[in-house]
Design a binder for this molecule. Structure first.
Ligand SMILES: Nc1ncnc2c1ncn2[C@@H]1O[C@H](COP(=O)(O)OP(=O)(O)OP(=O)(O)O)[C@@H](O)[C@H]1O
Ligand SMILES: [Mg+2]
Length: 333
């Protein structure tokens, strides 16, 4: 199931965002790539910056938050160098996003089929008849039963799981190169959640879909991601293939997240079982932000920012501990 070692489809380098007024950083120095057909999971507690990362990539940051540094390159096209129009055009076509609560993203007064048709016409130039045919194909692809009937339903007439399938169909209608999913299964019950994960896995297998999959749930990460980025207080704590995250986690925060899973098969709660809380924006340490909660805290941790150091070929952690509390060589991503 490993991804091809092609050129990355998405490359993010040094992405930093800050509050426009206070200049407090929200995301700091985020760097990673997604290979074609790869699923990169993003995990972290509430407030760690997962949604801000998704919105930064979409060029949809709230007005209070600005990108202050960093490059975002999508399939060789640098989104951060062109105009806002260029970004808007690209994100409509090549980047698509699905959200936690489809009801807020769907138009409540428009039939779901029409919402798929709209994207097909606007983004891909389909004519009315072709667009309807393709919309039906897409509803079928996302496994909506009796799509001929459901195509004329309004969002409120569908269950949560069906609405999320419609959202995925709308996202796919633009034929995106990368799909960003921000907690797409959190609002769903466990059975429906498993079905949506199955669907995303199928799309990845059959259409080579590249995914950035955001969740606070490590159980979900285990089921879908090839690689995992762990975010803490707006910084990358660790990035590694999913197996390494579970088998040999290097950052104490990753270890704490894993320890906080009560039972991987049990009910999935928020990650709140680690003592302490993510620091609020504006009160962030320049040094290691996890150090106040870290059982392995060392003097250097309170003085210096740990760079993202390469622990092994494909695993990097922003922690001094794996390096004997020496400053590691920074990983180039
Ligand atoms: N509209 C906004 N304006 C200013 N700051 C914001 C805004 N939305 C979020 N933030 C701040 O940005 C930081 C990161 O928030 P973000 O929503 O990305 O977290 P998250 O990891 O997605 O959390 P959750 O798991 O709850 O969805 C938080 O400190 C939050 O307070
Ligand atoms: Mg969020």
């Amino acid at each position: 199931m490993s991804a091809r070692l092609d050129q990355p489809i998405l490359s993010v380098q040094g992405l930093t965002t800050a509050l426009a007024r206070s200049h407090a950083t929200v995301l700091e120095d985020i760097s990673f790539t997604i290979a074609p057909g790869e699923v990169v999971g993003v995990v972290g507690e509430s407030g760690s910056g997962k949604s801000m990362l998704a919105l930064s990539l979409m060029g949809l940051l709230p007005s209070a938050v600005r990108r202050t540094a960093g490059r975002i390159v999508l399939d060789g096209d640098e989104l951060t160098s062109g105009s806002a129009d260029h970004w808007r055009e690209t994100r409509g076509r090549d980047l698509a996003m699905i959200f936690q609560e489809p009801m807020t993203a769907l138009n409540p007064v428009m039939r779901v089929g029409h919402q798929v048709v709209e994207v097909l016409r606007r983004r891909r130039g389909f004519s009315g008849y072709e667009a309807r045919k393709e919309a039906l194909n897409l509803l079928r692809l996302v496994e909506i039963p009796s799509p001929e009937k459901r195509i004329s339903a309004y969002p409120y007439e569908l269950s949560g799981g069906m609405r999320q399938r419609v959202m995925i169909a709308i996202a796919l209608a633009a034929d995106p190169k990368v799909l960003i999913a921000d907690e797409p299964t959190t609002a769903l019950d466990v059975t429906v959640q498993a079905q949506i994960l199955d669907l995303l896995r199928k799309l990845r297998r059959e259409r080579g879909l590249s995914l950035l999959f955001i969740t606070h749930d490590l159980g979900v990460i285990a089921e879908i991601a090839d690689r995992v980025m762990v975010l803490y207080a707006g910084r990358m704590a660790e990035i590694a293939p999913v197996r390494r995250i579970f088998d040999t986690p290097q950052h104490p925060y990753t270890q704490a997240l894993l320890a906080s899973i009560p039972d991987m098969k049990g009910p999935r709660g928020r990650l709140v079982t680690i003592d302490g809380a993510v620091p609020a924006i504006g009160s962030m340490l320049e040094a290691c932000r996890f150090s106040p909660r870290c059982p392995y805290r060392h003097e250097i941790c309170e003085r210096e920012r740990p760079p993202l150091g390469l622990v092994s070929g494909d695993q990097a952690a922003a922690c001094f501990r794996p390096f004997g509390y020496e400053r590691p060589i920074e990983a180039v991503s």
